[in-house]
Design a protein around this ligand. Sequence first.
Ligand code: UDP
Length: 355
Amino acid sequence: MKIVTILGARPQFIKASVVSNALKHAGIDEILIHTGQHFDSLMSDIFFQDLALPVPHHHLNIHSLNHGAMTGRMMEKIEELLLEQELPDWVCVYGDTNSTLAGALVAAKLHIPLAHIEAGLRSFNRQMPEEVNRVVTDHLAQLLLVPTPLAVQCLQKEGVSQGVHLVGDVMMDAILTYKQKAKQTSDILAKYQLRPEKFYLATIHRPSNTDEQYRLSAIIESLATLDYPVVFPMHPRTTAQIQAMDLERYFALNSIIAIPPVSYLDILMLESFCKAVITDSGGIQKEAYILGRPCFTMRDETEWKETVEVGWNHLVQPETLHSAIANFTPPTEAPTLYGNGDAATQIAELFLASS
Ligand code: UDP
């Protein structure tokens, strides 16, 4: 059996690292197409170096374009590769980026079965480009590999029940796979002289938080005035906006430690030892939960509602961040929400069973 996996963004490299390994163990041939959506070394190469992820067979080098141009050019190249070179049995896509959508549309048009890993997630906010990508991809997929029971329900409500499999979250697998290696090899805590629970970790990169000056400056001001230093690995979009809006003055206060994006092994250490996480990332909300840290999500809604329901994740605004942190009491329980760390193995078995 031959699967073509299409990926292009940081969280997809992390997820693929565990799934590609499971596919290899199951004897399945996998061809990786890297669209190039995330292209700089700290957003892409570093993950191929640190995680057991094979070098992509094809690199499309498509990035830094508006949504239509980016998705369209990706589709053109992917179609060419699938038709003329690879002729796969399945196309596999992850999550909710333009690379996901491009791969899904091409597979559907060429009548190649499509598998979607991390299917069924919904924020119910169609202003988010990711939400549009998720909905379309789920409705085109034949194999929907779903991380949570809530995501199964979301699909059912949209009439999608064929091919839906609750397998758990591959990010749980990734944490279990790399946590020990992170402890052994990462020097990030020493590098920035960070003491356990005496710093916060912040990541902010969603357009709804970065694209308006009033919003981004309010967020940064709320971070700069917390009771402990804030380690802030900055996504390239956020760095560009901070420079364009001249907000770097906040970093002179020393309470924000603004650093380039870090490796997966480094972020696992930051997430494990911080006092709390402040983020608008999807993946980091889950990782904070799995690693037992409180999370304050700078958004109006989240796809990962279970973390909010169990009390470990709070939706905040810049104005409410300080009070939410001050009033936080750790819940007594942290039930298993994201599976047992065998999602990737189950996915490989489902591919084999479908052949
Ligand atoms: N991540 C990382 N280095 C960083 C920031 C994030 O390795 O500097 C990882 C993070 O641990 C998670 C994934 O990237 O596994 C999340 O990616 P991101 O926040 O870019 O995307 P989202 O999950 O919101 O789609």
